[in-house]
Design a protein around this ligand. Sequence first.
Ligand code: FEO
Length: 165
Amino acid sequence: MLSPSIESAINLQLKHEIESAYLYLAMSAYCESVNLPGIATWLRIQWQEELSHGMKLFRYVNDRRGRVTLETVEKPPKDYASPIAVFTLVLEHERKVTAAINNLYDLAIRENDHATQIELQWFVQEQVEEEKNADEVLHMLRMVGESGLSLLMLDRQLGQRAAGK
Ligand code: FEO
């Protein structure tokens, strides 16, 4: 059984994960539109990962005999200034998600909810990876600049990203 406050906080986190998926799918569409299919693929893999994060929370609420509530998600922007602007936003977004996970974890500690703490430990560790991945791509983009052969090569490299990485 989940307490009402934990249930509502996990449902809010579920919304954040689905919102992240939606944002990355919009970014993927933008990258397709500026002829960067590799970066678009990278972002679609991220979209799938975010959906799987959301589903992990969905299953957890159900397993604890709570009720999933699906909230309205925000419409993501259609256009972005550049690939660097995209990944600057990805990194900022992931930092916000990290803060939200940490707040949720703090609530689980205050409420003495051990099972939720254990469930959230996976997310705490995952956020280390999420921020690192976004930061790495941002650094590579800054190194190669906004156009030219180097960007095309980086685009090809990022398009090799395998699902789950
Ligand atoms: Fe599910 Fe990118 O955090």
